[in-house]
Design a binder for this molecule. Structure first.
Ligand code: HEM
Length: 469
């Protein structure tokens, strides 16, 4: 095990070992004249299939299955049968979608549809292009400059209130901070007492989409998620007339006024759906990235010093949009964090026609999970994949450029993350302020246990030592 290999909690190894290897079976037998191979896999244990393996250590599961079956294999998990696609070649084929055989809408709908239906990621083809063009108006450079200026004071308020202590639970603290940033930048500031209720509704909606028991049973996460989604939708819908009445700089106002050159605009239902989806897409992703980046810097003091020194040279407690280019070391640490710990660990698609991936037969109706996280962490595609080494992104090494999708934390092609610059500047602004105020460290040998939601996240709250500078 390399120093940064993720530790799995005690019980996981035992449970995974108990899953019988099973016989390799074909997903579907291809027509012999096609020259295509069948995707092989195994169902795992009755009822739950490989769900436990995914939830406890998806990386270990993928490495094991890859050794048996290669970069494509099928498993039963999460109440369905899915084909996992590993490796940049396969990912690239699905992203490129040349034959229009893969649907994002159908793929994601099974997992999160009831909570995030009509979000832009759950649309396909012409409709997706039309909505994305309008949404793009909210992510232009002048808009990003404005969002960063609005989020810096919110970051300052949070970080300046953090105590100097051992064992500070960084992950929940960053989660609260990114919620507050979202309130400021997405919804438009002063919600007052409503903020807590809205935050809770938002969290429950996201958690609903990740529920293990996927049924509307009163008292369950799914049920609470659906009720929370209705509450959020009601809140946003009620605010729309006021937001439409005058322009503003928050994302909500921008979506109410966004218009393409051809005059296309969102109707009220679109604004509500895109608000809920975009807030979800931004939240866990930025939280996980900022938290894990702080952890790697705590664990690697030499990198912490380099990032701090580079930031100090900028000469401002809060970075502005134009400062980002002057922070290449910070950028390499950001990229390496996204490589080791891709927050969107898998991307869902469904085949809507018979097709092929990497010479394998994929029948219409097949559910696919594109393994971004395992692809970033496996030997065929990266050397020493468990080692934290930000310099692999230096131009002279450029390990990420070996294949267009070797490093793909933001996905690819038409559904590529629309918030990648937003997320990047938010995470970097947080780390810049954090390092300006605190020295970060962890006890020798500490590694966070990893759980899996949308992707890998620290299961123990990520206790760090914070010392004021
Ligand atoms: C480090 C942070 C982030 C990561 C790693 C990330 C990752 C991703 C990935 C992998 C996808 C593609 C999903 C697919 O192809 O099905 C995606 C899509 C998306 N992301 Fe992000 N994201 C991040 C931050 C954000 C932020 C901050 C926002 C908004 C402010 C955002 C908004 C979106 C939207 C709207 C989509 C759907 C785009 C489409 O389908 O056209 N993301 N993101």
């Amino acid at each position: 095990m390399t120093p940064l290999a993720m530790r799995v909690r005690g019980v996981a190894g035992t449970l995974i070992e108990q899953i019988p290897a099973g016989d390799a079976r074909a997903l579907a037998v291809p027509d012999p004249s096609s020259g295509l191979r069948a995707v092989l896999g195994d169902p795992g244990v009755p009822l739950v299939g490989h769900s436990l393996g995914f939830l406890q250590d998806s990386l270990e599961l993928c490495r094991r299955m890859h050794a048996r079956f290669g970069p494509l294999f099928w498993v039963n998990a999460f109440g369905t049968r899915v084909v996992m696609v590993l490796g940049p070649e396969g990912l690239g084929t699905v992203y490129a979608n040349r034959e229009r055989a893969f649907s994002s809408q159908e793929g994601w709908d099974y997992f999160i549809g009831p909570f995030f239906r009509r979000g832009v990621m759950l649309m396909d083809f012409d409709e997706h292009r039309q909505h994305r063009r309008i949404l793009q108006q909210a992510f232009t450079r002048p808009r990003l400059v404005g969002y960063l200026d609005a989020m810096n004071p919110a970051i300052e308020r949070a970080v300046s209130a953090w105590p100097e202590m051992d064992g500070f639970a960084l992950y929940p603290a960053v989660k609260q901070m990114t919620l507050d940033i979202a309130t400021e930048v997405f919804v438009g500031g002063q919600l007052g007492p409503e903020a807590d209720r809205l935050n809770a509704a938002f969290i429950n909606t996201v958690v609903g989409g990740q529920a293990f028991v996927r049924a509307d049973i009163p008292g369950g996460k799914w049920h609470r998620g659906l009720a929370s989604r209705r509450r959020l939708a009601g809140y946003f819908a009620a605010q729309i007339p006021a937001k439409r009445a005058r322009p503003g700089d928050d994302l909500f106002s921008v979506l109410c006024h966004a218009e393409t050159e051809e005059g296309e605009r969102f109707d009220d239902a679109d604004v509500v759906n895109h608000m809920i989806f975009t807030m979800m897409a931004a939240h866990d992703t930025s939280t996980i990235t900022a938290s894990m980046m702080a952890y790697y810097l705590a664990r690697h003091p030499e990198w912490q010093e380099r990032v701090r020194a580079e930031g100090a040279a900028v000469g401002r407690a809060m970075i502005g949009f134009d400062d980002l280019e002057a922070l290449p070391v910070l950028d390499r640490v950001f990229r390496e964090t996204l490589r080791i710990n891709a927050p969107v660990g898998v991307i869902a698609r469904q085949a809507i026609a018979d097709t092929e991936i990497d010479g394998h037969h994929i029948p219409a109706g097949t559910r696919l999970l594109l393994g971004v996280y395992p692809t970033h962490r496996m030997e065929p595609w990266w050397s020493d994949p468990d080692v934290f080494d930000p310099d692999r992104f230096l131009p002279e090494r450029a390990e990420d450029k070996r294949h267009p999708y070797a490093w793909a934390p933001f996905g690819g092609n038409v559904h590529k993350c629309i918030g990648l610059h937003f997320g990047g500047m938010e995470v970097k602004a947080i780390i810049h302020q954090l390092l300006g105020r605190f020295e970060l460290s962890v006890p020798p040998g500490y590694e966070p246990p990893i759980d899996y939601g949308t992707g890998p996240y620290p299961a123990d709250g990520l206790p760090l030592t914070l010392r004021r500078r």
